[in-house]
Design a protein around this ligand. Structure first.
Ligand code: GAR
Length: 192
C-alpha cells in the first residue's frame, strides 16, 4: 500500500475530501500523516476526527527552514511515505523536501495556472474580471505554483458572483479534482 502524507495550514476541507474520497473509492493508498505548520489550524480537528496521525509544529520553533523541513523529512521517512499532497499548505517547499521527493510532491491551486499563482488565486481572478477561472492539480517544483500540470477543471465566473460564491464553487471543484488528479498519478506512475 502506497503511503501518503498530506500537508495543510488552515481549514482543511481538501484534506478531509482527500481522506474520505480515498476511503470511499478504495484507492490503493493510505494517508498515514497530516503535516501542519499552524498548530491552531482547524485541519487538526478534522484529522483527529478522521483518525489520521498528526505532526504539527511552527517553523518558529526551529533555527531555520532547513531544520524545519529536516524534522518533517525524518518523520516522512520513518513512516515510509512515498507521496506528499499539499492541500492549502501556505509555505513554499524548500530544497530539503524537494530533493528527497522529486516529482513526488503535488499541490492544488484555486486558479487555472499559469494564471493567478500565489496565495490569492481566487481573489486575483475575480478582481481581473475573467469569465472563467478554475482549479489546477500540479507537481511542485522550486517555483511558486509553477510545476508540471496534472489536471485542470474550469469554473465559469457568473455575472452575479461574489468572491464568496465563486470561492464556494471553486472549493467544490477542488474536492473532486484532487482525487481525480491523484488517481491519474497512481495510474501512470510507479510510486513506492
Ligand atoms: C484551497 O483553495 C487551496 O487550493 C488553496 O488554499 C485553499 C485551502 O482550503 N491553496 C493555495 O492557494 C496554494 N497556493 P482548505 O484548507 O479548505 O483545503
Amino acid at each position: 500500500m502506497k503511503k501518503i502524507a498530506i500537508f495543510a495550514s488552515g481549514n482543511g476541507s481538501n484534506f478531509q475530501a482527500l481522506v474520505e474520497g480515498i476511503q470511499r473509492q478504495k484507492l490503493a493508498v493510505q494517508v498515514v500523516l497530516l503535516v501542519c505548520d499552524q498548530p491552531q489550524a482547524h485541519v487538526l480537528q478534522r484529522a483527529q476526527q478522521l483518525n489520521i496521525p498528526i505532526w504539527t509544529a511552527s517553523i518558529k520553533q526551529f533555527t531555520d527552514k532547513t531544520a524545519f523541513e529536516t524534522a518533517i523529512l525524518t518523520e516522512l521517512q520513518q513512516l515510509d511515505v512515498g507521496l506528499v499532497l499539499l492541500a492549502g499548505y501556505m509555505r513554499i517547499i524548500g530544497p530539503t523536501l524537494l530533493q528527497a521527493y522529486p516529482q513526488r510532491i503535488i499541490n492544488i491551486h484555486p486558479a487555472l495556472l499559469p494564471q493567478f499563482p500565489g496565495r490569492h488565486g481566487i481573489e486575483d481572478a475575480f478582481a481581473a474580471g475573467v469569465e472563467q477561472t478554475g482549479v489546477t492539480v500540479h507537481y511542485v517544483d522550486a517555483g511558486i505554483d509553477s510545476g508540471p500540470i496534472i489536471q485542470q477543471a474550469v469554473v465559469p465566473v457568473q455575472p452575479q458572483d461574489t468572491v464568496a460564491s465563486l470561492s464556494a464553487r471553486i472549493h467544490q471543484t477542488e474536492h473532486w479534482l484532487y482525487l481525480a488528479g491523484l488517481e491519474k498519478v497512481l495510474a501512470t506512475r510507479s510510486l513506492k
